[in-house]
Design a protein around this ligand. Structure first.
Ligand SMILES: Cc1cc2nc3c(=O)[nH]c(=O)nc-3n(C[C@H](O)[C@H](O)[C@H](O)COP(=O)(O)OP(=O)(O)OC[C@H]3O[C@@H](n4cnc5c(N)ncnc54)[C@H](O)[C@@H]3O)c2cc1C
Length: 418
């Protein structure tokens, strides 16, 4: 047993006997890729009793099972940021994990193409960042681009990134959960963290859980869980829905790996892109629509009145300040709500693409984007905040899926285990 695991006793409170009680060394809320990876790392490192609470009936029902499945190589992020370091290593480690688990990968890499001359400085900036991060990437002229992605279109130059790969994220989640269970991590599915009791124990919808340390990996709800621990009070999560289409299999546009646009580097999102999944289908997306409800996967389903009021207040502030180019994000995303607008967004990335090639795509995913409420800015880097006997993962946005293995090691390194 570790020294930081307190020798707790359960109070024998009248009326509590009908509730289940549980004790563990580390309690984790959320079985997304981050919660599962941290649970495995804690087990591997310390051999302690780790319990993961997940409100859904299985793991990876939210962002971790509903993303693009792109294992990013690390070209976008400024050198020295957590994202840069953990993504580059995460890409290498997750590809190795997939090979070891016989999970299929598409390893045709990706090209980032310029749609206008005005995008060329940002393309060169991405090349510079890739070099600073030690990522294998090269600038191609149009002829060389044809050899890599025959249908991709660009103005003058494109950036070719060899190590970008694509995986089915649900297969990764299933493998990681199976490994975690074999290694002794205990999952409580269909069990939601509901609050923190005055003595620090967790209240769940199945009873009380006492623990030595608590790790918050609650994704779209991570801010609320942190606030209950008096942590990250100036942060809030703003949900952005990513909608996908699928490329009609007979389309004249052929995609081998990934075709991405040059993103607006002031925004946290990478733009609508073409991605060939290992199963062979090509996804087009995702959009990034700010939402009123955290799990608003369709229309207004998932929006609550309280949540809507809070989200509207943040949206108004972001809009008012025009921070992070928020007005242009919101505007371009509204356009993508229509099929015609979505088509226009992707049309200039490749030859032979037609509106009729847009078929309904995979289930949408929702990004848990952190906002600093003091400045109304969208936070770009990963955020991990310590609390009393607790650790809170607050901005596990893309590329956190790619980065999950070293991300988990980093979180465990930063835990205050006194
Ligand atoms: C559309 C989209 C595309 C993306 N594309 C990529 C990509 O190509 N590459 C990449 O690297 N990343 C990508 N990402 C980002 C990536 O999916 C996330 O960074 C990652 O999945 C975050 O994992 P997580 O475990 O923090 O969150 P989640 O997967 O959301 O897990 C959080 C879990 O906590 C549970 N939970 C919440 N509240 C409670 C509670 N009270 N009690 C118990 N359980 C609770 C939820 O049910 C959920 O299962 C994308 C994300 C989206 C949305």
């Amino acid at each position: 047993m570790l020294s930081w695991v307190s020798d707790w006793t359960l109070p024998d409170v009248e009326g509590m006997h009908h509730m289940a009680r549980e004790t563990c060394d580390v309690l984790i809320a959320g079985a997304g890729v981050i919660g599962v990876a941290i649970a495995r790392e804690l087990r591997r490192r310390y051999g302690v009793k780790v319990v993961v609470l997940e409100k859904e009936s299985t793991a990876g029902r939210h962002a971790s099972g509903r993303n693009s499945g792109v294992l990013h190589a690390g070209v976008y992020y400024k050198a020295g940021t957590l994202k840069a370091r953990l993504c580059v290593e995460g890409n290498r480690r997750l590809r190795a994990y997939c090979r070891q688990q016989a999970i299929p990968l598409n390893e045709h890499g990706k090209v980032i193409v310029a749609r206008t001359e005005a995008e060329l400085p940002a393309l060169r900036e991405l090349y510079a960042r890739s070099q600073a991060n030690g990522v294998r990437a090269s600038l191609l002229d149009q002829q060389a681009l044809k050899e890599v992605e025959p249908c991709a279109k660009t103005v003058q130059q494109a950036l070719y990134v060899q190590d970008t790969a694509v995986v089915n994220p649900q297969r990764v989640m299933a493998a990681m959960v199976a490994d975690a269970e074999r290694e002794g991590v205990e999952f409580r599915f269909g069990c939601a963290w509901q609050g923190r009791e005055s003595d620090g124990a967790a209240r769940t919808d199945r009873g009380r859980v006492t623990y030595g340390h608590f790790v918050n990996c609650g994704g779209l709800f991570a801010d609320r869980i942190a606030h209950a621990h008096e942590v990250g009070l100036h942060f809030a999560i703003l949900p952005f829905r990513g909608q996908f289409y699928q490329l009609r299999p007979g389309s004249a546009l052929q995609v081998r790996g990934n075709i991405y646009p040059v993103p607006d580097l002031r925004n946290p999102f990478l733009g609508v892109h073409f991605t060939r999944r290992p199963e062979g289908d090509v996804t087009i997306g995702p959009s990034a629509l700010p939402l009123l409800g955290r799990e608003q996967y369709r229309g207004l389903t998932g929006a609550t009145i309280g949540g809507t009021v809070t989200m509207l207040a943040y949206l108004m502030r972001l809009f008012g300040r025009n921070r992070d180019h928020f007005r242009s994000i919101a505007w371009t995303e509204m356009i993508k709500l229509t099929r015609a607008g979505f088509f226009r967004e992707a049309a200039d990335l490749g030859r032979g693409f037609e509106k009729a090639d847009l078929l309904p795509g995979q289930a949408p995913g929702i990004r848990a984007q952190l906002v600093d409420t003091r400045t109304a800015e969208l936070v770009s880097d990963f955020v991990i905040e310590p609390g009393v006997r607790s650790t809170h993962v607050l901005n596990a946005v893309s590329p956190a899926f790619t980065s999950s293995l070293p991300f988990a090691e980093h979180v465990v390194d930063t835990m205050r285990l006194a």
